[in-house]
Design a binder for this molecule. Sequence first.
Ligand code: G1P
Length: 289
Amino acid sequence: MKIRKAVVTAAGWGTRFLPATKAQPKEMLPLVDKPMIQYVVEEAVASGIKQIIIVTALGKRAIEDHFDRSFELEYALKQKGSSELLEKVQQTMELANISYIRQKEQLGLGHAVLTAKELIGDEPFALFLPDDIIESKIPAMKQMLGVYDRYGSSVIAVQTIAPEESKAYGVIAPRQVEKRIYQVLSLVEKPEPEDAPSNLGIVGRYILTPEIFDMLEKTTPGKGGEIQLTDGLRLLLKKQKIYAYQFQGTRHDTGTPLGFLKASVEFALKRPDLGPRFKEYLQQLNLSN
Ligand code: G1P
């Protein structure tokens, strides 16, 4: 069955970025001049998925405004003759067909995904966590859709992690079936390094069959007292096969201030209009330190 819909979870408090996220969504923080959530919406669209459901919460209105029309701004830019900026603003609005649903209590990632159940219905869907921004020639989700087409089961993105990083990831127990593709034998949320079943950590891209919703309804609070998607997937594993795919590309973990800063620097250096001058500035900083 073709994947037509994507869920993007954007309901967390963004506590790691306080006080910046006290009155604005973390997902709206920009990498250079584009909000993080726009990168993942663009990845969904570039992967052929145009129906997007964003799970929001209290205080996330700026996300809706961002993807909406702004007559006043468009008018002002037209008056000024700023056609390039006008195009950027209009592109944001035309990008995709977006619906919003609110998670009324922040009970965890699994619960946030469950919030989208009625809007997804009985079909497989893609899931994006906007803390993970992936740069790749072929969009990471598009690569995963290729795996889904062949195996017809849920697919989760993984990457190699250092042993001490296991506490920040869901970690899988894999059985390799071909290059980059694994059958998931088990999975555990944020294990201690000595308990990690492998060095393959889950990254925020998933293709999920609709049966995940029944499992999430049965999932009890796990790590951190939250309803964890990883725990829901472990229940799903009792009924269906799940595959893991080691995508090609660079993943930026923008969920922490350090990862966010690193991604900002890398993205800025790649920008033709800013990169050369920014590089010069960084080199000069280096010399004086
Ligand atoms: C979530 C998932 C985790 C996954 C990670 C990827 O954790 O629960 O399994 O490895 O995203 O970014 P979070 O980073 O939201 O705590």
